[in-house]
Design a protein around this ligand. Structure first.
Ligand code: HEC
Length: 236
């Protein structure tokens, strides 16, 4: 009797399994699943530090500006370190004449404010300079927060375009097309996204890791890209 009951329960659960399988939505298997583990070899950032809207954060706002605008090949990256300036980490940036609490002094700020750096037509935008100055005014903290990542409402205008501006545009714009690639408008970003080149580049999948010369994007940003690409890279 007991065996019959167990057998009945067993077949029932198989039946339920089959029925519920039919209702499972078809999953796109070409794309890797959203990565929740760190694959970059970097130490995972400390979690749970809320973002203060009045603070400027080094790792998500300031370092990307330096990497994207200064650490290009032949300029201030780890191999060329032109004029002795390597601008790819907190310690190398701080050792090069940025003066905490003095946003208009120090070699780096002077060269930016004079328009000498970045050279050519690629000068920083006014809002980027203002952000840098606010960070200096706040004491050049090597700080980090966790609240700037929202995977529930990912859009091109609210999520992807600002990410490209901060992390990629300095090397991928009209006047500086690293690898012949532009990431300063929707048409460019979406076509790379749909061919999966965008995600491959930020996850070092068969191509060099982007942002070139800088730390990998945090996992949450990779997830945001994946979510947007899976949704068909909409112009929303
Ligand atoms: C410091 C400059 C720099 C930054 C910042 C940078 N790139 Fe690049 N990128 C390059 C260069 C240069 C190439 C050409 C290939 C090479 O030299 O590795 C390239 C190539 C690429 C390619 C083509 C890869 C291939 O071989 O198919 C993609 C896609 C790309 N970048 C995306 C990005 C994205 C997305 C970001 C921001 C998250 C970014 N890049 C940030 C300089 C940069």
């Amino acid at each position: 009797m007991k065996t019959t009951l167990i057998l009945a329960l067993f077949f029932c659960s198989i039946l339920i399994g089959i029925v519920s399988c039919k209702h499972t939505p078809f999953l796109v298997t070409d794309n890797p699943p959203i990565d929740t583990t760190d694959t970059t070899g970097n130490n995972p950032p400390p979690v749970g530090i809320p973002c203060d809207p009045d603070s400027v954060y080094f790792d998500s706002q300031i370092l990307p500006l330096f990497v994207s605008n200064c650490a290009q090949t032949g300029c201030h990256n780890s191999t060329s370190h032109k004029d002795g300036y390597t601008l790819i980490s907190y310690s190398t940036i701080m050792s090069h004449g940025i003066s905490a609490f003095h946003p208009t002094s120090g070699n780096i700020m002077n060269s930016i404010l004079d328009g000498e750096m970045p050279p050519g037509s690629a000068s920083l935008m006014a809002d980027e300079i203002a952000l840098l100055q606010l960070w200096i005014q706040q004491g050049c903290k090597n700080n980090h927060c966790d609240g700037m990542c929202d995977t529930t409402n990912v859009t091109y205008s609210g999520t992807i375009a600002p990410m490209m501006n901060t992390f990629c545009k300095g090397c991928h714009n009209a006047s500086n097309q690293g690898g012949g690639i532009r990431l300063d408008a929707y048409s460019y970003v979406s076509s790379l996204a749909l061919s999966d080149s965008l995600y491959n580049s930020v996850s070092a999948n068969g191509v060099p890791l982007m942002p070139k010369g800088g730390p990998a994007l945090p996992n949450c940003k990779l997830d945001e890209i994946r979510i947007w690409v899976n949704a068909g890279a909409p112009n929303n």
